[in-house]
Design a binder for this molecule. Structure first.
Ligand code: NDP
Length: 288
């Protein structure tokens, strides 16, 4: 029997519907949620991501502003730009598209974003609050995975979740969010010996590796829920995940496809965080 497909497009759409309703309600109260997207340099992939984010904002009825800066922008100029956005009344969320040019220190830039506008959830304060289980903006990709699990009725408490990958934007926060929902969490990474001996124990397996079709049937326990965060190109230049879908199909109980699984959730949760930031502002919750 085939594995059940977790359809990120459909779940993302349902969440976007509720976001659109929240935007209408905010606008009726005189506030249009606004997202500023800062793009430095000419990275083509970044330009595409930014366009998609802006387009999605507009579809939701939100205001979005692109601040496009040349490659040679200095760190001081970028920080000054962020400081301006921090104080702007019409901007509720700020996103700095990564990667930044090499002469700019990403950590310093991210740490400059006001925590109540940090809709990517990457600043040290946001990360610390997440670790402590305090109210804050959650990083969009792992937050999106949590929504996929929730909407699919997958129980987390008491389950063994194994994460492959420990990046700051996906693997690490993913484990924390699952831990907060009472999973037992194991992190694995490039230095983990005998990876399958760990992944085979997973009730919930999260692949965030960045290697095409890396997770095969030898890694997956019968009946596991497999979430594929990866976005890669295979040897034929075809979009694919970190999981070899065809091999896992029928072994996993549930699986996310690529495309159409985790991907659509990331922008959805960015919109979610932005509307939340605007609602916080209206409620005068100045600091999250
Ligand atoms: P990173 O490259 O930052 O991290 C990859 C992680 O995988 C690292 O922790 C690394 O370990 C680990 N890893 C690499 N090789 C192995 C191996 N052989 N065995 C076990 N672990 C290994 O990637 P990201 O976390 O940023 O992204 C992961 C994937 O998710 C990419 O394909 C990316 O495109 C995709 N992505 C998708 C998003 C979406 O919206 N769907 C959003 C963000 C990312 P170590 O730390 O030891 O180096």
């Amino acid at each position: 029997m085939s594995s059940a497909i977790i359809n990120g497009k459909e779940i993302g759409q349902a969440i976007r519907q509720s976001i659109a309703e929240r935007v209408v309600s905010l606008k009726e109260q005189g506030l249009t949620p606004g997202l500023a997207v800062v793009l430095v340099g000419d990275n083509q992939a970044s330009a595409t991501y930014v366009r998609n984010k802006q387009k999605s904002c507009e579809e939701m009825g939100m205001f979005s502003e692109l601040i496009k800066l040349p490659e040679e922008t200095t760190q001081e100029e970028l920080l000054a730009q962020i400081e301006r956005l921090n104080t702007r009344e019409d901007i509720h969320g700020i996103l700095v598209q990564l990667p930044l040019p090499k002469h700019i220190d990403e950590d310093t830039v991210i740490a400059t974003i006001a925590v109540d506008k940090d809709v990517d959830g990457f600043s040290p304060v946001s990360v610390g609050k997440m670790m402590l289980g305090q109210e804050t903006f959650l990083p969009c990709t792992p937050f999106g995975v949590m929504k996929l699990l929730e909407y699919s009725g997958i129980e987390i408490a008491g389950k063994h979740a194994v994460i492959v990958g420990r990046s700051h934007i996906v693997g690490k926060p993913m484990g924390q969010l699952l831990l907060q929902k009472d999973a037992t969490v194991t992190y694995t990474h490039s230095k983990t010996p005998d990876l399958p001996s760990f992944t085979k124990q997973a009730d919930i397996l999260i692949a965030a590796v960045g290697r095409a079709n890396f997770i095969t049937k030898e890694h997956v326990k019968e009946g596991a829920v497999v979430i594929d965060v990866g976005i890669n190109r295979d040897e034929n230049n075809k979009l694919c995940g970190d999981v070899n879908f065809n091999e896992i199909d029928g072994i996993a109980s549930h699986i996310t496809p690529v495309p159409g699984g985790v991907g659509p959730m990331t922008i959805t949760m960015l919109l979610f965080n932005t509307v939340q930031a605007a609602e916080n502002k209206l409620a005068n919750k100045v600091k999250l």
